[in-house]
Ligand binder design. Structure first.
Ligand code: FES
Length: 117
């Protein structure tokens, strides 16, 4: 079995920050991390409004200006950072797809298995 991918250290993201990851190296993030109320969450970079649509308007720009909601910049959908529920916009009531994470004993955030595209 492959070694789980290390994404970053658990303390690298502050509350209200997000970071995208392009593990495939094709120039587009497959998923992003967000820290909200002290907890890390990972979501696929795929808006439920339009199947597979990328959400950020520039690299790592996945959040609203106040850092309190995930935002799709295509048509303005807003999501809760901890549940992925769309609370405003054209896909209200739908969810982002969670990417499973875990933090190892050394404080490294790991991903396993790699998310499908
Ligand atoms: S593609 Fe995300 S709101 Fe339309």
């Amino acid at each position: 079995m492959a070694e789980p991918t290390v994404l970053c250290r658990v303390d690298e993201l502050a509350d209200g920050q997000a970071r995208g990851f392009d593990l495939a190296g094709d120039g587009q993030d497959q998923f992003f991390l967000v820290r909200h109320q002290g907890q890390l969450h990972a979501w696929r970079n795929a808006c439920p409004h339009v199947a597979g649509a990328p959400m950020a308007w520039r690299r790592h720009a996945y959040l609203s200006a106040d850092g309190q909601q995930v935002m799709c910049h295509a048509h303005g959908a807003r999501f809760e950072p901890d549940t992925g529920l769309c609370v405003q916009g054209p896909c209200q009531g739908q969810h982002l797809q969670r990417v499973p994470l875990w933090v190892d004993e050394a404080g490294q955030v790991r991903l396993t298995p790699a998310p499908a595209r």
